[in-house]
Design a protein around this ligand. Structure first.
Ligand SMILES: [Zn+2]
Length: 142
């Protein structure tokens, strides 16, 4: 069983694995939904007493994406694609895109649907072993 690289940010619907990965966000009594989960206070109303952890569906649409050919550090091989994704549940997340088939990811046009998947990546500091990390991939649903 592989472990998650960032278990505080995402998980998998254990009772319904077909639903895939979820993001660990939160919800305020004012209706605001946010990611990642935090207890500092609602970004809309400031309330700190009614925040509830919420599993956000790993699905949304691309707002913008860009391919990175040259990175400031060499801890992430290039090229890779960063996208701003508006989750169907509300929050905007900045994330890495991946291809289902593996290989070099491509940019996606604004409005393109994407879903979250957990993919095997080399473990930082121990590249001979793998961990699972969250990526978004193009969804076939339009
Ligand atoms: Zn609020």
């Amino acid at each position: 069983m592989l472990t998650f690289l960032k278990p505080t940010l995402y998980g998998i619907f254990e009772d319904e694995p077909a639903r895939g990965a979820y993001l660990k966000g939160g919800r305020c009594q004012c209706g605001y939904v946010f990611f990642p989960w935090q207890t500092l206070g609602c970004e809309r109303c400031g309330d700190t007493t009614s925040l509830q952890p919420t599993q956000l569906a790993g699905a949304g649409v691309v707002l913008a994406s860009v391919i990175v050919h040259l990175h400031a550090t060499n801890d992430r091989p290039t090229p890779f694609v960063i996208a701003a994704v508006r989750l169907h549940d509300g929050p905007l997340v900045r994330t890495l895109l991946a291809e289902r088939s593996g290989g070099v990811p491509r940019i996606l046009p604004p409005g393109h649907p994407v879903v979250a998947e957990l993919v095997e990546v080399p473990q930082p500091g121990n590249p001979s072993s793998s961990v699972l990390d969250l990526r978004f991939v193009a969804s076939s649903e339009q």
